[in-house]
Ligand binder design. Structure first.
Ligand SMILES: [Zn+2]
Ligand SMILES: [Zn+2]
Length: 304
């Protein structure tokens, strides 16, 4: 079972094999990723034209239906960022999608800018007056975009062939004392392992070629340290796997998925509306300590 595999400079134990890709625990990268790693051109084509149109046609509609929840979630995250930075400032959202985070940041007094490769998403952002650059965040973009106090990367690093290269580019546009805020799926976690080994599900989070890298708190902290960032704060999002363990198998049923999402939404909105957000934070900190959480969210400071 535990074969080692090599591909170019990447090698490690094979964890899963799907559709011609192997997930390895890469010894040189220090995190898990698929091999072969898809090349940049192929991926750019996917994200520019196909991702939001073909793979996620309902995304904007769902986001609009959930607008109050997105507002509460993004507000809480921005307050958490503000606590670390100790002020508001300029923020760059890389992979800003339909702009819900940007919109909230602007409403809270941040100077916010986005970068987004998807045609449709940029078109939508422009229609609601958000400041978004159409394209990928590469060296050319980094050279011309200006400097920021915070860079927000939500569900970005898991899609990139070279996440370390991306974080180095982020360094270049961060002001002294600046922060990176990384949100990635928290994969190969204990709950997922129980569900695949004891409840006979396939590892559903392995979805090549879209998802290239798989992180958890540990590998994420190791990665940012290697690139001269100091981990400052860690949080998670609701461990959705709990629904699977409660008998709500949403994996093959998008409608049930929406229902589970609605329950999580209610939990968070009820505690937010009643002024008990700190109760939610306490609960989620317990999950975080146990290694649970759908997303691993790490805030790290730029070392000068
Ligand atoms: Zn590697
Ligand atoms: Zn993704």
């Amino acid at each position: 079972m535990s074969d080692r595999k090599c591909w170019v400079d990447h090698s490690g134990i094979v964890l899963d094999s799907i559709d011609g890709f192997d997930v390895i625990h890469c010894e040189s990268c220090g995190f898990k990723h698929i091999i072969p790693i898809p090349d940049e051109e192929e991926l750019e084509r996917i994200y520019k034209h196909e991702y939001h149109v073909k793979d996620k046609p309902l995304m904007l509609q769902h986001q609009l239906e959930d607008a109050d929840w997105h507002e509460a979630t993004n507000k809480a995250r921005l307050e958490s960022i503000e606590k670390q930075l100790k002020r508001k400032g300029t923020i760059l959202d890389i992979g800003s999608g339909n702009g819900f985070f940007l919109k909230q940041a602007v409403e809270m007094g941040w100077q916010a800018k986005g970068v987004e490769p998807s045609d449709k998403a940029v078109e939508y952002c422009k229609s609601i007056d958000l400041d978004v650059v159409h394209g990928v965040f590469d060296q050319q973009c980094a050279d011309s975009i200006g400097k920021f106090d915070v860079i927000h990367l939500w569900e970005v690093l898991e899609h990139l062939p070279d996440p370390a290269g991306m974080l180095n580019l982020c360094r270049q546009v961060l002001n002294p004392g600046g922060l990176i805020v990384i949100g990635v799926p928290n994969d190969y976690n204990k709950l997922q392992k129980i569900i695949t080994s004891d409840l006979d599900e396939k590892p559903w989070w392995v979805a090549p070629p879209h998802h290239i890298n798989f992180f958890n708190r540990n590998s994420l902290e190791k990665l940012v340290r290697r690139l001269d960032f100091e981990p400052l704060h860690y949080e998670i999002t609701f461990p959705l796997e709990l629904f699977l363990l409660m008998g709500k198998n949403y994996l093959h049923d998008p409608q049930l998925g929406r229902e589970c999402h609605a329950m999580r939404k209610e939990l968070e909105l009820n505690l937010t509306r009643t002024g008990n957000r700190e109760v939610l934070d306490k609960l989620y900190n317990c999950f975080a300590e146990a290694g649970f959480g759908r997303h691993a969210v790490l805030m790290a400071g730029k070392k000068d």
